[in-house]
Design a protein around this ligand. Structure first.
Ligand SMILES: Nc1ncnc2c1ncn2[C@@H]1O[C@H](COP(=O)(O)OP(=O)(O)OP(=O)(O)O)[C@@H](O)[C@H]1O
Length: 228
């Protein structure tokens, strides 16, 4: 599903080498934790999959296609195949929960008669159907993050990328969010989650890929949390 072949990334302005010769293959339906110290390159790796950045060496493949060849209008189409969740929920403050989700569906060109089904299905998965008319400021931090996950899922993406999705949450909310990702994984999605949280990795023993100063230093099928 996702394949990095000898990928190197250097930020042009600062000449920071964020990733070196990364080889990584993530199969359809896998759940992978991406761990590493701050600055190890986790967010940069996710940005390459989204084509927000271009590798300076090597190639990134998505569904067998080299992303280098994805250009112009096709970049937006590529991104629609991916659901993204960040540490900060990034909900639109002046729109209700429901509108935050339908906004995505409008961009995706989904038929309006299907909107309600999709929104309800996504909000049900995160346990927040009753909040669909609420505004983000009326939600707790944990609820906001669950809405952000519902928004990432509403387009039925093949792949979910999560960058520190529990970074702002207390342990109970973090585990609640993990439960949602587990359910999404159980339904067949491919999930790549960058995290600093040992608790998360221990609560859901899955493949663990460790980055250290831009290098992939460990890749374990069912790994324990480790930063080296
Ligand atoms: N836009 C940028 N321009 C220049 N250098 C950058 C940029 N973004 C990140 N970097 C550098 O690239 C390296 C990797 O950063 P990245 O954000 O990918 O790490 P990370 O593992 O996600 O860190 P964190 O856990 O703190 O989010 C760091 O040295 C960082 O300073």
């Amino acid at each position: 599903m996702i394949h990095f072949h000898r990928v190197t990334l250097e930020y042009p302005r600062t000449k920071t080498k964020a990733l070196y010769e990364i080889n990584l293959e993530i199969k359809k339906g896998e759940f992978v934790f991406l761990v590493g110290h701050s600055g190890a390159g986790k967010s940069s790796l996710l940005a390459l999959i989204l084509k927000r950045l271009e590798p300076t060496g090597g190639a990134v493949y998505f569904g067998g296609e080299n992303l280098k060849g994805v250009r112009g209008d096709k970049v937006a189409l590529h991104r629609r195949r991916i659901g993204v969740v960040f540490q900060d929920h990034q909900l639109l403050q002046n729109y209700t929960v429901e509108e935050n989700l339908t906004f995505v569906l409008r961009v995706l060109g989904v038929n309006q008669t299907e909107w309600e089904n999709r929104v309800t299905r996504s909000l049900r998965l995160v346990g927040l159907v009753h909040k669909k008319r609420a505004y983000p400021e009326e939600l707790s931090v944990g609820e906001s993050q669950r809405v952000a996950i519902a928004r990432a899922l509403v387009g039925d993406p093949q792949v979910i990328l999560a960058d520190e999705p529990t970074g702002n949450l207390d342990p109970a909310n973090a585990l609640a969010v993990l439960e949602i990702f587990k359910a999404v994984h159980a339904r067949g999605a491919t999930v790549l989650m960058a995290t600093h949280s040992r608790e998360l990795v221990e609560a859901y023993p899955q493949r663990v890929v460790v980055l250290k100063a831009g290098q992939l230093v460990r890749d374990e099928k069912v790994g324990a949390y480790s930063l080296s």
